[in-house]
Design a protein around this ligand. Structure first.
Ligand SMILES: [Zn+2]
Ligand SMILES: [Zn+2]
Length: 212
């Protein structure tokens, strides 16, 4: 038998797992598991994640429904404004009784293929109970919930104008902000444009004088 790992996120559920139609309330704070987000947007490892919900037992497992609330750190990806705050997610997940030890049954390659295909459809919100249905492990569910929920590029508002690329001024606060001096990267182009315009003007003058 594989050794069962009990962690900060394992919850004893054997009291509702014995038969269908029972309910167990869960109102507890868990430490945030590692791997939720990054320095732009995420939840710090070990931060308090409040879980408020319930396990309901059905024939082949437990249904968890509830709310996860986590302190999310974030900065606007355009203007760096801090957007820290509590973030709540509604969660529904299925914790089936593990039918048997996966290693004991799985052998051939075909089985693996079938498992992968089935997993694409239904594995996302399914977290098998461990130790013969005695414990639910919330670590993966907590991580998945917030990894899925957090935006890749958080914005302080949908139309954030960001920062001036030259001086870093906040363009939301200074909508008319601009620089008089020409950017050195465009100085050469400006000179060329002036030159072309001068040539163009000369040709036009020549052409009109020829016609008349
Ligand atoms: Zn912004
Ligand atoms: Zn500027």
């Amino acid at each position: 038998m594989a050794r069962v790992q009990y962690t900060d996120w394992t919850v004893p559920v054997s009291q509702v797992g014995s038969r269908a139609g029972q309910r167990m309330e869960l109102d507890r704070t868990f430490p945030a598991p590692p791997g939720i987000g990054d320095s732009i947007v995420g939840v710090d490892e070990g931060a308090d994640i409040h879980v408020d919900g319930r396990f309901d037992s059905i024939v082949d497992g437990l249904i968890f429904t509830g709310t996860f609330t986590a302190p999310v750190h974030a900065v606007c990806s355009r203007c760096d404004t801090p957007l820290d705050g509590d973030w709540s997610e509604q969660v529904t997940a299925f914790f089936p009784y593990a039918e048997e030890q996966p290693d004991a049954k799985r052998g051939g390659k075909q089985d693996d293929d079938v498992e992968v295909i089935a997993g694409e459809d239904e594995a996302e919100d399914v977290y098998p109970l461990i130790d013969n249905g005695s414990f639910a492990d919330l670590e993966t569910l907590i991580r998945d919930t917030f990894v899925d929920a957090l935006p890749l590029q958080p914005l302080c508002r949908p139309d954030c104008k960001g920062l001036c690329p030259q001086c870093g001024a906040d363009l939301n606060e200074e909508p008319d902000h601009h620089h008089e001096t020409t950017d050195i990267r465009f100085a050469g182009l400006e000179a060329l444009k002036t030159q072309l315009e001068a040539q163009q003007g000369g040709e036009d003058t020549d052409g009109s004088s020829d016609e008349h």
